[in-house]
Design a protein around this ligand. Sequence first.
Ligand code: NAD
Length: 500
Amino acid sequence: MRQIEHFMADGAPGASARKHQIWNPSTGEVQAEVALGDAALLDRAVANALKVQPEWAATNPQKRARVMFRYKELIEANMQELAELLASEHGKVVDDAKGDVQRGLEVIEYACGIPHVMKGEYTQGAGPGIDVYSMRQPLGIGAGITPFNFPAMIPMWMFGMAIAAGNAFILKPSERDPSVPVRLAELFREAGAPEGLLQVVHGDKEMVDAILDHPEISAVSFVGSSDIAHYVYKRGVAAGKRVQAMGGAKNHGIVMPDADLDMVVNDLAGAAFGSAGERCMALPVVVPVGEDTAERLREKLIPAINALRIGVSNDPDAHYGPVVTPEHKARVEQWIDTAEAEGGEIVIDGRGFSLQGHEKGFFVGPTLIDHVTTEMESYKEEIFGPVLQIVRAKDFEEAVRLPSAHQYGNGVAIFTRNGHAARQFASRVNVGMVGINVPIPVPVAYHSFGGWKRSAFGDTNQYGTEGLKFWTKVKTVTQRWPDGTADGSDENAFVIPTMG
Ligand code: NAD
């Protein structure tokens, strides 16, 4: 059995008593085991990081950027291998896995600009002979705790920014698909990063708690489900850390009566069912405005969904692959049961789906549920599977209200040809990321990613200048260089200084 170990600076980490099984979701077989670390292992990782971080922080930003440049090239050179490894543990199809790597790589590209991004501010002549400048300095050691669904992109969101800014980083990836994070750390070392700058410790709650409590770790970035995000936020903050914790989602796609329905159906098929719906920016709820729009949309959606091709993750013709674990398959199917019991109309039923030749794989067929209402539990909660729910809105106002009132506020999209309606919607909706005729509005690397409400705890987004803010602290210097003519006495010395 292939063993997946921690990636530590001080060589072989030694045997971990606890292990976690890694599935191949396409075949339903266990393909590897990952070691689960504990507080003692984390102590070693922190000690390694402490040895190397001060020198890295003192390395000029252009030299730090050069390491990021070499890293970018290495990731590109290894794209196929990374995508195949990722797909084999996650279950998403290989092309989609390349997108996972690519969207992380874009943050590495942004981090290549760190000398510019990290420049401070300067005011000359803020007072008589006084200049003020501010600089951003790294925090020291940062940690990232990441979910299974983007095992390349999300770690790179975090460590790309943190390390370029001068921090050392300890990554605790999902224990369900940990191989790509390890590979990313190996490639970073190959790119010339000092040993210990980026380490990977595997684990579950025990390791997460150790990270949250560790006095030498200054900041923790978390992405995962909301209850755990909230827990991580509270415990990390109580320990005096800076914490950003992104949670779950239930993104709505509003379809206005004037929308191009063929485009909408095509976009929805990808956004609701791509990656088997296991994306925090998926569109699992569609909101047609008006009964006529709902009927026309439904008529076009049914054949499009029936035409979806489900396959193993390395099938180049498959639109999507299996979900990540047998437990997750059971959970998604239970949500469909719940939706049915609550009165939702199961228009297309993906329960009990079996792929010929791969009967043990964790596949869920595409599911369409109509006449879903806001009282239903299956609407209120995240399903995280290939399930699309239709919630019919009577007018634009209701379409704004639905995503605004939902407990999650990650992403939302509106499909329309009316610029005024789109503009109104974007301005009023109570959600962090908005797409206008864009189904998955994940912001580009030089903007920033973050939801609202129970989709994010803490107040700083991922990557972009927001990411830089999270991983650095500001120091402001007020300086005066006397010309030597003053007699040293200052009758106002006991009054709070003002600039006159
Ligand atoms: P998860 O919450 O189960 O796991 C996330 C991380 O938390 C993992 O590293 C895991 O090891 C750790 N963890 C698990 N149980 C824990 C516990 N009891 N205490 C402390 N730590 C624990 O999430 P997941 O299933 O891996 O990922 C899917 C979830 O992540 C979905 O809810 C999805 O919406 C969300 N997500 C959100 C975003 C975003 O940016 N908002 C992005 C991707 C995924």
